[in-house]
Design a protein around this ligand. Sequence first.
Ligand code: NAP
Length: 261
Amino acid sequence: MFSTMENRSVIVTGGSKGIGLGIARVFASAGAKVMLAGRDEAALQKAAAEVAEEFDGGMVATCVTDVADQPSCQALAAATVETFGGIDVLCANAGIFPSARLQELDRAALDEVMGVNFYGTAFCVAACLEELSRSELGRVVVTSSITGPITGYPGWAHYGASKAAQLGYVRTAAMELAPRGITINAVLPGNILTEGLQDMGQEYLEGMAAAIPQRRLGAVEDIGYAALFFASAQAGYVTGQSLVVDGGQVLPEDPGALQEM
Ligand code: NAP
């Protein structure tokens, strides 16, 4: 039996929609107090109202945050301590995935993606470090991706680099965090059905589903449950690792392998 999340204080960056909202719903269902962070205040409040209503009596709060801005991450940590009395789990999930070809990757394009996806992860960990150290079960769960660490997709070289950067960070962070009793791990989603992914269009979604052995895109809760495992007491000896949650998408050696199933 896994331990309860009852009364544990959990920050979910990018918690206003998509995978982050799925992570928030899973932690709220397990009894956690959840702080949703993102840039759009109205979206955050809508998400918080949804979660609070679904999990009657669930404690959900919001904090307008730009994870690419270090002081904003520090303000998020302070607001969480003020609201919930501490920080037990940081889900560093906020991310963006604008498409751009190699010739378009100027400093601004690279700064934007690295700023949110990689710097945002590092800024949030640094901001939460002291409070996570005070927790009996300090946990960091990073949302990376199969794109970059394992696969590639035209238009996402900068995105893939930012997601691979997160994993490089996680491995050394795990060592620095170990003496503080904090674990850090990464979830690598495949194609998860979110508002963000829906914007890619029906053709993209159908093509992706056809390339996945389970023949379906993932649900946001699939990522939430992986994050919940890493945050559990029972995962205390797991750190610096990554878990692919993709319905088997990275497995086929070639497209023909899918036809042989
Ligand atoms: P999404 O639906 O577009 O949601 C992104 C979330 O991040 C929103 O809450 C957004 O809120 C927030 N966000 C964006 N920029 C931010 C910033 N600078 N500061 C704070 N919050 C920010 O995207 P998603 O698909 O759920 O993606 C979530 C994470 O999963 C990302 O790290 C992404 O790389 C990863 N991922 C997704 C998939 C997939 O299939 N969907 C696959 C692999 C990995 P605001 O815009 O209001 O700030």
